[in-house]
Design a protein around this ligand. Structure first.
Ligand code: F6R
Length: 245
């Protein structure tokens, strides 16, 4: 696992946007695994700017998203389909038919099976972008005594519901279940890039980069088994966990 420490969060986002830009330039028909949440928003903003400046062409790129809430449609402003459209896809020259976010409505099990098929359709992701939960969750693979390798329905923990309540009018509106890629799906990507910032992520990042322990109680630690995993953090977070480059 490689750890990159940057000056600040904006610099972290620039590093990751450049990685994605360079991948798309070298492999125009590449496949990207994408994430939602607060962390990747500036990365997507930078990719939009690069696309508008003619630095990167998304016309042949395929994408698959990590997860989607159960019980809200893609038109809902807190659905991850809506998030991806409004934060990225609507502003770049990607063919929306080549973008996949699991359907959060209808038969959830069937939708999870569809996500599982998409993870490997046309080959695995060239790059999987990740955030990390305060409890170490990756996608919606929650800290637990076991993890699941394939796409499935996950019951969200109190910690995740509390963290995501900021995006909803009230906590009771946060869906309690989600469809998520499994840990095996995520580790199947050729390269995995995790970005983190902020003090809330200190315990999770400590477990990820400060020792060699792998535990289902911090799902991010599974990345230690990946040959090409990159963790991008800013100096403030590195100092807070006691990481020295
Ligand atoms: C989102 C996802 C989640 C988030 C995590 C961190 O698709 O899979 O695991 O990456 O909850 O969220 P933020 O970035 O809002 O701190």
């Amino acid at each position: 696992m490689k750890v990159i420490v940057t000056e600040n969060y904006d610099a972290s986002c620039a590093v990751v946007a450049e990685m994605i830009r360079d991948l798309v330039k070298s492999k125009p028909a590449c496949k990207l695994g994408l994430a939602t949440g607060g962390t990747p928003v500036p990365i997507y903003k930078k990719l939009i700017e690069m696309n508008k400046a003619g630095e990167v062409d998304f016309s042949q790129v395929h994408t698959v998203n990590l997860d989607e809430y159960c019980g809200i449609p893609g038109t809902h402003d807190q659905s991850y389909r809506y998030f991806m459209d409004t934060n990225l896809f609507d502003h770049i020259n990607i063919d929306k038919a080549n973008t996949f976010v699991a359907n959060g409505m209808g038969d959830f099990e069937a939708n999870a099976a569809e996500l599982e098929a998409k993870v490997r359709e046309g080959g695995v992701a060239d790059l999987q972008l990740l955030g990390i939960g305060n409890n170490g969750h990756i996608a919606f693979n929650e800290a637990s005594d076991h993890l699941i390798s394939v796409a499935h329905i996950e019951t969200l923990t109190e910690s995740t519901i509390n963290a995501n309540a900021r995006f909803f009018e009230k906590k009771e509106d946060v869906p309690t279940k989600a469809i998520t890629m499994g840990m095996g799906d995520i580790l199947a990507a050729k390269c995995v890039v995790l970005v983190a910032t902020g003090t809330a992520k200190v315990p999770a990042i400590k477990g990820l980069i400060m020792d060699n322990v792998i535990t289902t109680q911090n799902p991010s630690t599974m990345l230690k088994m990946h040959e090409n995993a990159i963790v991008v953090i800013d100096k403030e977070l590195a100092d807070a966990v006691g990481y020295k480059a």
